[in-house]
Design a protein around this ligand. Structure first.
Ligand code: GAL
Length: 338
């Protein structure tokens, strides 16, 4: 049987700060429909069937077609966003690389979170159609938010014949720089408006170790076993509140490894995440409150990534890209029912 390529549509999607027009692209294949914005690479909606075949939106997004305007006004929790140049925290918004100290833009107390105040999530990307979907590209200039070197970046969003979404990132730099890119979608497999995922969804993680952090979310050093702690998701269990931690994924470092499986018993929807990254941040959105249109625990973020603060942690897997090298990262989000 021949499989039909992803159907791709594009339309205007409001304006980013500074008046730059943004677009919304719609990808559809294998029962999945994804809408994403060239503003912030934001995944605005992902519609997949439940066990009765009814399609519903399983991510927390801001609704209308004028998406960019709404997301830009919401200085919020990175809903659906493409996060970079360095996802998660860099302690003291500083690091030393090859003997040179660099100061980043601090945007969470003294620390740098998700690439600084004006990260990749607040930029308009250039979009082009590619087989299976759409590729977003932009150049992050040398010194952007304090990061060294000019970085040419792409993020390619594709759907396969079974309706699985893949996001593949590539980057090249003209000077050594930390790089860690992720997507910050919050999932709610019973539907964005269905109420909390906390207490209803079951989660399994492919991680027997995690990186302990201090009260500010900064790693205190190394990894520790999850066995016997509240971080143990090696066997599926109902998601509880209060998670905002990076897990060290088991399995070989080459190719994609299992990161997470999220299951919603009410709708029967299952999300399976695999990634080339060494870590995944589990965040249960406990802080969600008005004016955000979602309450605490309304969605769960599973951010595949390098470890937090790796630029200051020699014991962590390295997250530095050097000239002549190519940063590649890929995460797949597969949907099924049970
Ligand atoms: C997560 C981070 C949380 C919170 C969230 C955005 O990745 O770990 O602490 O900042 O992003 O609201």
């Amino acid at each position: 049987m021949t499989s039909v390529d992803t159907t791709v549509g594009r339309e205007a999607a409001g304006t980013a700060p500074g008046g730059r027009p943004a677009e919304r692209w719609t990808l559809e294949r294998g029962g999945t429909r994804v809408r994403l914005l060239t503003y912030g690479g934001i995944v605005q909606s992902v519609e997949v069937p439940d066990r009765s075949g009814a399609r519903g939106d399983v991510v927390l997004g801001l609704g209308s077609a004028a998406g960019a305007t709404e997301y830009a006004a919401c200085r919020g929790p990175y809903l659906g966003a493409l996060v970079g140049r360095y996802a998660n925290r860099i302690a003291g918004a500083s690091f030393t690389l090859d003997g040179t100290a660099y100061a980043l833009v601090p945007n969470e107390g003294p620390n740098c979170l998700h690439g600084g105040a004006e990260g990749f999530d607040r930029r308009v990307w250039r979009a082009e159609r590619v087989p299976g979907g759409v590729r977003l590209t932009r150049v992050s200039p040398a010194g952007e938010q304090g990061f060294p070197g000019r970085l040419a970046v792409s993020a390619t969003y594709t759907l396969d014949a079974a309706g699985a979404l893949a996001i593949a990132y590539e980057a090249a730099a003209d000077a050594p720089t930390p790089v860690s890119l992720t997507n910050h979608t919050y999932w709610n497999l019973d539907g964005a408006a269905s109420g909390p995922v906390v207490g209803t969804h079951e989660l399994r993680l492919g991680a027997s170790r995690m990186t302990p952090v201090d009260a500010a979310g900064i790693p205190t050093g190394g990894t520790v076993p999850v066995a016997g702690t509240r971080h143990d998701f090696r066997t599926a269990r109902v998601l509880d509140a209060g998670h905002d931690h990076n897990f060290a994924l088991d399995g070989a470092a080459d190719g994609e490894r299992f990161a997470a499986e999220l299951y919603a018993p009410a709708s029967g929807r299952v999300l399976t995440i695999r990634t080339t990254e060494p870590g995944v941040q589990l965040f249960t959105a406990d802080s969600f409150a008005p004016p955000l249109p979602f309450g605490p625990g309304a969605g769960v973020a599973l951010e595949t990534q390098a470890f937090p603060d790796a630029p200051n942690r020699p014991e962590f897997p390295p997250a530095v890209l050097r000239p002549g090298e190519r940063y590649t990262s890929r995460t797949t989000y597969a949907f099924s029912v049970r």
